[in-house]
Design a protein around this ligand. Structure first.
Ligand code: OOG
Ligand code: MG
Length: 255
């Protein structure tokens, strides 16, 4: 190892803060999965020390479309904070990002403390609402290229999220058509069943991660299920709209 985990967390945190690309951490240091999550945790602690508040978790690579786009084939998770939350139909300032991409997501609002592995028969007890959402991912690595360990250390590229209207948890969320449009042009089409066969599986997956990586998920936290379609690059003046069958739209304006 050339750098300590703390130094690596500083490198990746600075890159995010200054919107500057860095070389993949694995180009200078050997990082295993455990070290990658440790770097992610330490860089998140830097955000919290600056006054950001933890708001939940995101999953990544829960659909084949995303795995193939980025050539990473394992489910990953990252951390969300309040400064990443952008108002529905709100503006997003391009200058605060490096090479941002957008993707349609489904968001869960956690109703009850999750400190055990959930199952398909009890998962709904732990959620009180569901919403269409967008995630803005912005890899801090050159050309948006990374290994599994690099992307985990980089908080799974997460950089912002938008939540649409909340629906009661009994709302059907599987087998919904999803469209991602930019400036009224459909760029991606998908179906929510592409997310682990059923987006509820993402809640089960994060509960497994919580057990494995020793954290608990608290009521009020948000879980992003992972995108059902590949992500699209953003440019200035873009109007982004994701339309979900039965759930309506969630949108964003790039300034
Ligand atoms: C990594 C994040 C993947 C998803 O929804 O699958 C992700 C990336 O694509 O840069 O957020
Ligand atoms: Mg995502």
């Amino acid at each position: 190892m050339k750098h300590t985990l703390d130094k690596l967390s500083e490198i990746i945190d600075k890159a995010a803060q200054n919107s500057e690309v860095v070389a993949q951490l694995s180009s200078s240091d050997t990082i295993n999965l455990e070290a990658a999550y440790q770097i992610q945790k330490l860089s998140n602690l830097r955000r919290l020390a600056r006054g950001e508040a933890h708001t939940g978790y995101k999953l990544g690579f829960t659909s084949k479309a995303k795995m193939e786009q980025m050539d990473v084939h394992d489910v990953i998770w990252g951390r969300l904070t309040n400064t990443m939350n952008i108002q529905n139909n709100g503006p997003l300032k391009l200058e605060q990002f490096i090479h941002p991409r957008v993707e349609p997501e489904i968001a869960f609002s956690v109703a009850k403390r999750i400190d055990k592995v959930l199952t398909i028969s009890n998962v709904k007890e732990y959620v009180d609402a569901i919403a269409p959402a967008l995630e803005i991912i912005d890899s801090r690595y050159k050309k948006f290229k990374f290994s599994l360990e690099d992307v985990i250390a980089d908080n799974c590229s997460s950089s912002a999220y938008v939540i649409g209207q909340w629906f009661p948890k009994n709302q059907e969320i599987n087998h919904l058509e999803i469209e991602l449009s930019i400036n009224n042009e459909v760029k991606q089409k998908g179906n929510s069943s592409a997310i682990l066969g059923n987006p509820w599986e993402s809640m089960i997956e994060i509960s497994k991660m919580a057990k494995k990586y020793n954290f608990v998920i608290e009521p009020g936290e948000i879980i992003l299920a992972g995108a059902a379609t590949p992500a699209e690059f953003l440019t200035i003046d873009d109007n982004v709209v994701a339309t979900f069958e039965q759930l309506g739209t969630v949108s964003l304006n790039i300034k």
